[in-house]
Design a protein around this ligand. Structure first.
Ligand SMILES: C[S@@+](CC[C@H](N)C(=O)[O-])C[C@H]1O[C@@H](n2cnc3c(N)ncnc32)[C@H](O)[C@@H]1O
Length: 545
């Protein structure tokens, strides 16, 4: 089941470039994150009860590195402090929650995690309660539902004393806010959201880059999205198959839009669960998508729930809209994931396949691509000893060519690479659509690291590399070739600032270790591609000096 509004699914990541981070979650533990840890029993077991006892042994699993839960676990460890974590590990109490399942508690929120969840240190023992939708300083009532290492997750039952400095419920524009897992921040002012996202970028580099503070530039306020609602150009409502007993029953239920039973739910995940909740409109999605939602829901009901063979696995329907920015151009909704979608970004037109990657907030793409252009040209050093101006661009992980094409007119030559063949076909077509000749701008499909072999004739001191990898970040193979290539400037755009921090830390340290010229981080800023949610995009600019 997918929900395009949640972070893309966690991916496993080789920790070899950040071996020290394993200790952050408890240095005395021999466990790697992501591996099950079995509790040792207190007494020796044997005889006929031993297999039952073995089954009773609890399995504890640390989160996969760089997933949302890994970030929460790191925030918890940092809130408690390394000494406290070490003491709990030495005592063997780090998995022993002081709370029963479904126990209700009253707490005061201590801090916010980078996931957007609140963190409350409990008074009785070094332990943290992780709760959605609560804010620092608020007194809250919660119900515990799952425990992990040094923390428990709890549902928010009530905000007993709100923090009036931050919370204003009259700002909330969605009737599902508080239940739907899509948004976390609708009760905050937009300025506060941008401020919190800056903190996420700062903390990511503090905890995941292993760089000294002096190597990390001051992070300015997050750059906002022109649209704060009605911006999302792609949503993925999903739904569960009918309950098993109904599927097996000879009398198939009559499901129509007018006669919709309670089990028919088409929408997004409910907070803290994998259950789908019924959603009739989504204020962060474009008006075009919201207009299309009722007929789409009717269509799903008539065609999915009436089919007796409905699969147990959840099905999903993809929707995306063209959002050209031209008021005279008609915006339409596309539900076929193989269909071609057209969008405008400034003066450029882009086509992409609905099911392939394209940034989901059209309103921020002109500011984002202009920021990258300014980072390359407006901030180019001046003076008699200044390096030559950039003339060549490499766009790695280029998708349908967003950066390559918006910036192509500023460069003599551009080369893009991307794993998806569909996206590369679109990137090539997009160059044509925007009158960029093929000898100026070329695209190839393949692993990003393959690009270096094809750009050996690019003048290194005039070449800029843009990298925009998926959430898991880039890899050692790419980083090693990037260091070998020595392009003048690297612009690293990322939808996961935690893997970006890890990768930038690796690039800076490895380039220093090589001797000679080295990369330094010139600027670092968050971009708000997803207002009302806790997600932040981040742009780091590295210059070879
Ligand atoms: C975050 S998207 C960025 C796309 C593009 N820069 C944009 O803004 O539209 C990351 C892209 O990397 C591609 N990708 C994933 N792994 C890759 C790899 N190993 N080599 C090249 N591209 C890859 C994905 O298909 C996806 O299109």
């Amino acid at each position: 089941m997918t929900d395009a509004r949640r972070p893309r699914s966690p991916q496993s990541q080789d920790l070899s470039v950040r071996p020290d981070k394993k200790t952050r979650l408890g240095s005395a533990s021999p466990a790697r994150p992501g591996t099950p840890v079995k509790d040792e029993p207190n007494t020796k077991s044997g005889g006929k009860n031993s297999s039952r006892k073995k089954k009773q042994k609890q399995k504890h699993t640390l989160p996969e590195p760089y997933t949302a839960e890994f970030v929460v676990a790191t925030d918890v460890a940092n809130l408690l402090g390394q000494e406290t974590v070490d003491a709990a590990v030495a005592e063997g109490s780090e998995w022993s929650s002081p709370f029963q399942h479904r126990e209700e508690l009253e707490l005061t929120v201590s801090a916010l995690s980078s996931s957007g969840d609140s963190l409350s240190v409990v008074p009785s023992k070094p332990w943290v309660i992780v709760t959605p939708l609560a804010l620092p300083g608020e007194k809250i009532r919660v119900r515990v539902y799952r425990s992990a290492r040094l923390y428990s997750y709890a549902d928010l039952l009530d905000v007993i004393t709100p923090n009036p400095e931050f919370r204003d419920m009259s700002r909330v524009q969605c009737k599902y806010f508080g239940k739907c897992a899509g948004c976390q921040y609708q009760m905050l002012s937009y300025e506060k959201q941008l401020d919190l996202k800056r903190d996420v970028v700062v903390k990511a580099y503090e905890h995941f880059s292993d760089l000294s503070p002096s190597s990390v530039p001051t992070v300015p306020i997050t750059i906002g999205s022109p649209l704060q609602y009605g911006y999302r150009t792609k949503i993925t409502p999903h739904f569960d198959a009918p309950p098993k007993k109904l599927q097996k029953s000879a009398d198939k239920p009559l499901v129509t839009i007018e006669n919709k039973p309670d089990w028919v739910k088409i929408g997004f995940n409910q907070i803290g669960t994998r259950q789908v909740m019924d959603i009739e409109d989504c204020p962060i999605a474009t008006p075009t998508l919201n207009e299309a939602l009722p007929p789409l829901r009717k269509n799903i009901i008539e065609h999915a729930f009436l089919q007796p063979s409905s699969d147990q696995a959840a099905a999903s329907e993809l929707m995306s809209s063209t959002n050209t920015g031209h008021t005279l151009e008609k915006h339409v909704c596309v539900t076929d994931h193989k269909a071609t979608v057209r969008e405008r970004v400034g003066d450029n037109t882009f086509e992409y396949i609905a099911g392939s990657f394209f940034q989901n907030n059209n309103s921020v793409l002109l500011p984002l691509t202009s920021y990258v252009r300014d980072a390359i040209f407006a901030h180019h050093p001046s003076g008699p000893t200044a390096p030559p101006r950039p003339t060549h661009l490499v766009d790695a992980y280029c998708g349908s060519g967003l950066f390559a094409i918006t910036l192509a007119r500023s460069f003599q030559k551009v080369a893009g690479i991307e794993l998806s063949e569909d996206s590369i076909r679109c990137a090539t077509r997009n160059a044509q659509l925007n009158d960029i000749p093929p000898d100026q701008c070329s695209f190839m499909s393949g692993d990003a690291a393959n690009i270096f072999a094809t750009v050996q004739d690019f003048p290194r001191d005039q070449t800029v590399l843009i990298i925009d990898p998926p959430r898991k970040g880039t890899d050692a193979k790419f980083i090693d070739q990037l260091l070998e290539f020595q392009g003048a400037l690297v612009v690293y755009v990322s939808c996961n600032v935690h893997t970006q921090a890890r990768d930038v830390g690796t690039i800076l340290r490895k380039s220093e270790a090589r001797g000679g010229r080295r990369y330094v981080m010139e600027s670092l800023v968050g971009f708000d591609l997803f207002p009302q949610t806790a997600h932040v995009e981040s742009v780091a600019v590295l210059r070879l000096v």
